[in-house]
Design a binder for this molecule. Structure first.
Ligand SMILES: Nc1ncnc2c1ncn2[C@@H]1O[C@H](COP(=O)(O)OP(=O)(O)O)[C@@H](O)[C@H]1O
Ligand SMILES: N[C@@H](CCOP(=O)(O)O)C(=O)O
Length: 312
């Protein structure tokens, strides 16, 4: 659970006066999430989610909020940001940037079914298409440059086996070239806890705070690793097929993407192994902090390396 900032009742009252949402009726810290402090907020106007941005660069926040608004306007089920009385999505609370967004119905699943994987694949394909005419650009801050920087920060803290795996994978990824493949706005963190369902119906996708420009295939690989990996790191072939087929029905692959698939899966595994290692070795202070297990992503990375010619 991650709540890094406590909000007093008077601070909340002052904050809400800047919106047309009436008075606060309740505020409850949310038990999931890693990056931001999130709260379910009830006001006289209904239920919302309040996010206090803890470590995202302030200059990037309009991008996330404008992107979510753009996708919502293009039919993607995601939380429409709520504008304040002056029409701004971004405000300040407890001296930090903050925003209120629409609360979506549904809840996340831990063990997705084939139908749920299909719904996620279709949604991701639609999201990539809907992002095509979003005018703002954002380079991916957790790309290869960040991998190398994070690896340097972790030096001396890893076991010899972890260090050897990391060095070898970084060297492998440095030799790959993919800049000719289709790119655009990607979600970049479409894990099971970032999709909401009612039964098999996908009611929403949330948490666009890693969204950026990068390869669509890499986003699909992040999603497949997150949704279709077994406890031992191996892919569940039926789930993976369901998700990828549904994705391709929305955005068919171009030549060259299939042959890059295995590299994309490895890159996606490496990225989350690194961030989890970093959070494990450099935990942040806070009231309710959730640290995700790096070992899960080490197993996924090992399994994708062993399956190095995995067909798409
Ligand atoms: N708009 C929303 N509607 C409903 N629930 C939400 C919404 N936004 C966040 N949540 C809940 O809050 C949790 C954490 O949100 P998330 O954006 O993933 O946090 P973080 O950015 O810290 O990772 C989610 O798993 C979900 O349960
Ligand atoms: N999904 C990532 C961590 C990022 O946290 P989120 O709560 O913002 O999705 C992981 O599982 O490592």
């Amino acid at each position: 659970m991650s709540v890094y900032t406590c909000v007093s009742p008077s601070a909340l009252e002052d904050f809400l006066r800047r919106y047309r949402l009436g008075r606060p009726l309740g505020l409850r810290g949310i038990s999931a999430g890693v990056e931001n402090s999130n709260f379910f907020l009830e006001t006289e106007a209904g239920e919302f989610v309040l996010t206090i941005f803890e470590r995202l660069p302030a200059a990037d926040l309009p991008y996330f909020l404008d992107l979510t608004a753009h996708l919502a306007q293009h039919g993607i089920p995601c939380p429409q940001p709520i504008a304040d009385r002056e029409g701004h999505y971004l405000q300040q609370l407890c001296g930090k940037p903050a925003a209120i967004v629409q609360k979506l119905s549904g809840s996340s699943v831990e063990q997705p079914s084939d139908r749920q994987a299909t719904a996620v694949g279709r949604l991701l394909g639609r999201l990539h298409q809907a992002g095509r005419d979003f005018p703002q650009r954002r380079a991916n801050p957790t790309g290869p440059h960040w991998w190398a920087q994070t690896a340097r920060a972790l030096a001396g803290r890893l076991s010899p086996a972890e260090q050897a795996l990391l060095d070898d994978e970084l060297a492998y990824q440095r030799r790959q070239r993919a800049s000719h493949l289709p790119q655009g706005v990607i979600h970049a963190d479409l894990f099971c806890d970032n999709a909401l369902f009612e039964g098999d119906v996908l009611t929403g996708v949330i948490d666009f705070y890693y969204a950026a420009d990068d390869l669509y295939l890499y986003d699909l690989a992040i999603t497949v690793n997150a949704w279709c990996s077994r406890a031992d790191g191996e892919l569940d072939p039926a789930l993976s097929r369901a998700l990828c087929d549904a994705y391709q029905a929305e955005r068919p692959f171009v030549p060259g993407e299939a042959s890059h698939w295995s590299t994309a899966l490895r890159a996606a595994a490496l990225r989350f192994w690194l961030s989890r290692l970093y959070d494990f070795h450099f935990p942040r202070p806070g009231d309710l902090i959730q640290i995700k297990d790096p070992e899960e992503y080490r197993r996924i990375l090992e399994a994708r390396r062993a399956d190095c010619l995995l067909p798409l």
